[in-house]
Ligand binder design. Structure first.
Ligand SMILES: *Cc1c(COP(=O)(O)O)cnc(C)c1O
Length: 382
């Protein structure tokens, strides 16, 4: 057994990045400024996005999006229940109704086929989630949304660096990225709203900072023009330059991180292949680059003769950390009570929600760490 605990995720922060953050701290300008503008530009250029707005989180991006699209009471938003609860929370807090599309059993992603039956006269918006670093099959969903005149926004929290048919996620349409510390790149907390819709980008830029038509930072006078007036009531969701400086360093290393993650994932796939109780997610067959944000497996609880939570505890006793991405939103207490009629209606989501766990995967891990995880799994299953 390993002597030290192996967490399921750990950010990789370089001395250069620490120095870049220190430089901002010494500069006299901490909040949204030059570093933000530079980070937005670099991120747009990395993804091929027409424009980007840096925010304090992806959840904030989702909140601003619903506000900008005027989504509220009477409106329905289609999204998977197999997602982080933040999206569902934002929909409900906006007074709208989430409608859950079931996911593919092997990839945990929604499809045009699972979305279509959820569409009603009240549907306004569809939010597919790129899962674990893999890409949703977007073409059929784009086609469906065009046909039905629905807005489409991609939850790209797991998809920084993911490619779909030769394009990076963010290059087309609207996508929201997260830089929470477990994600492929981090700014401590942060998010990026990318879009090719310039009117929407303007609305997000305005709403992220009090509804003033300006950033915190006036690039000429170094300080917001005191005369700026509120155009509509907005929020306070801007990113600090402290965070943006870290983001710039991380973004420059993203492709290397992905290559390291991909090597570790390949080793997991290889070593887990002959453990019949462990079922990794399938890799979609359409053309894509997997960003390997998470390495998710399902425990065949029937074959293992133990439930997922016990399995996770046994691994923890062997110094192996794991996570759950995610407990289906509709099965969590508040939503269980709000939507009792939904229980049992999303078979693939519910089957996975009870069996998934995320194994350790982060760039600084070694192949020996992967071997330790697989060894611990074998011992627990014996
Ligand atoms: C992390 C995550 C979010 C939220 O991102 P924050 O930056 O923490 O707000 C949204 N959706 C998914 C699928 C996520 O994994």
């Amino acid at each position: 057994m390993r002597n030290d605990f192996l967490p399921f995720s750990k950010p990789s922060i370089s001395e250069e990045e620490i120095n870049a953050v220190s430089e901002v701290l010494r500069s006299g300008w901490l909040t949204t400024g030059n570093k933000n503008a530079e980070f937005e530009k670099s991120f747009s250029s990395y993804c091929g996005a027409a424009g980007s707005v840096a925010l304090c989180s992806a959840t904030a991006g989702m909140h601003l999006l619903l506000k900008a699209l005027d989504i509220g009471p009477g409106d329905e938003v289609i999204t998977p229940s197999m997602t982080w609860v933040s999206t569902v929370n934002m929909i409900v807090l906006a007074g709208a109704t989430p409608v859950f599309a079931d996911v593919d059993k092997q990839t945990l992603m929604v499809t045009a086929e699972s979305i279509e039956p959820c569409i009603t006269d009240r549907t306004k918006l569809v939010i597919p989630v790129h899962f674990a670093g893999a890409a949703v099959n977007m073409d059929p969903i784009r086609h469906l949304c065009e046909e039905k005149s629905l807005k489409l926004v991609e939850d790209a929290a797991h998809a920084a660096g993911t490619e779909y048919k030769k394009n990076r996620i963010g290059a087309h349409g609207t996508a929201i990225f997260s830089f929470h510390p477990i994600k492929n790149i981090t700014t401590g907390e942060g998010g990026m709203f990318c879009s090719d819709d310039h009117a929407l980008l303007d609305a997000i830029r305005r709403l992220k900072f009090h509804g003033l038509g300006v950033d915190a930072y006036d690039r000429k006078s170094q300080g917001r023009s005191p005369q700026a007036e509120v155009l509509e009531p907005g929020f306070k969701y801007n990113m600090t330059d402290i965070a943006a400086a870290l983001g710039l360093g991380q973004l420059a290393r993203l492709d290397r991180f992905i290559a390291q993650r991909a090597e570790l994932a390949a080793r997991y796939l290889d070593l887990l292949a002959d453990i019949e109780e462990i079922i990794p997610l399938s890799i979609p067959e359409y053309e894509m680059r997997h960003a390997w944000h998470l390495f998710i497996v399902r425990l065949d609880t029937e074959k293992a003769g133990m439930d997922r939570n016990i399995f996770m505890n046994r691994l923890k006793e062997k110094n192996i950390g794991t996570g759950i991405h995610f407990l289906a939103a509709h099965t969590q207490k508040y939503y269980r009570q709000l939507y009792p009629m939904l229980q049992g209606t999303l078979p693939n989501t519910e089957w996975n929600s009870a069996r998934i766990l995320s194994l350790p995967l982060f760039p600084a891990m070694s192949e020996a760490d992967v071997d330790d995880v697989v060894q611990a799994i074998k011992e627990v299953l014996q």
